[in-house]
Design a protein around this ligand. Sequence first.
Ligand SMILES: Cc1cc2nc3c(=O)[nH]c(=O)nc-3n(C[C@H](O)[C@H](O)[C@H](O)COP(=O)(O)O)c2cc1C
Length: 199
Amino acid sequence: MSRYVLGVTGASGGIYATRTAMYLKRFGHEVTLIVTHPGKQVLDYEMQNALYGYCDVECNVDDFFAECASGSADYAGMAVVPCSMGTLGRIANGTSDNLLVRAADVCLKERRPLVIVPREMPYNLIHIENMKRVTLAGAVVIPASPQFYSKPASIEELVDTVVAKILKHLGVDASQVATMATAWSGEERRFPLSGGNDN
Ligand SMILES: Cc1cc2nc3c(=O)[nH]c(=O)nc-3n(C[C@H](O)[C@H](O)[C@H](O)COP(=O)(O)O)c2cc1C
């Protein structure tokens, strides 16, 4: 069992967060949730309130006394899903001005996995520069770019093609991640999600 921080912002795509939390719980991990104020509004608007039920602890985004604000807490990593351009910019510039941004900063300084799932289109140069900065600092940027070659039969299956990649980069056991693909159809896919293929 590992502990992960899940940060959720006011970008569209709360379903990615809900399903990330769902699988982390299914695979026996603990989820500490931090949602920004706009994130709460957009989650509600996109009807993703089920997310809260998959999380063990929810920290207030203004509470710097929370454990995940400190490098001493034994978190295995953090995902920011979905990540707004505002929060991306704050992480890229080390502002640490709310708990989510501080927890991401802690992951970078402690050299722990930090997965950032930006959601915007198109990108302007500031967005691209900020993605470059967080990448150079050690984060992995995984755009919400689902793949279609496994022929997903529902929105959930499509979303899970991104979620599998998030889990893999958080360090979740590859054999657990592989069960996601077989669960969809009961049969192996032509492109297993956690094999050598990294598309
Ligand atoms: C319905 C809705 C969808 C939004 N989608 C996005 C988005 O996909 N990407 C983005 O960067 N901002 C998006 N925004 C704007 C952010 O919520 C806004 O920039 C906010 O300040 C982000 O704050 P946060 O980073 O603290 O969560 C959206 C806002 C609304 C109301």
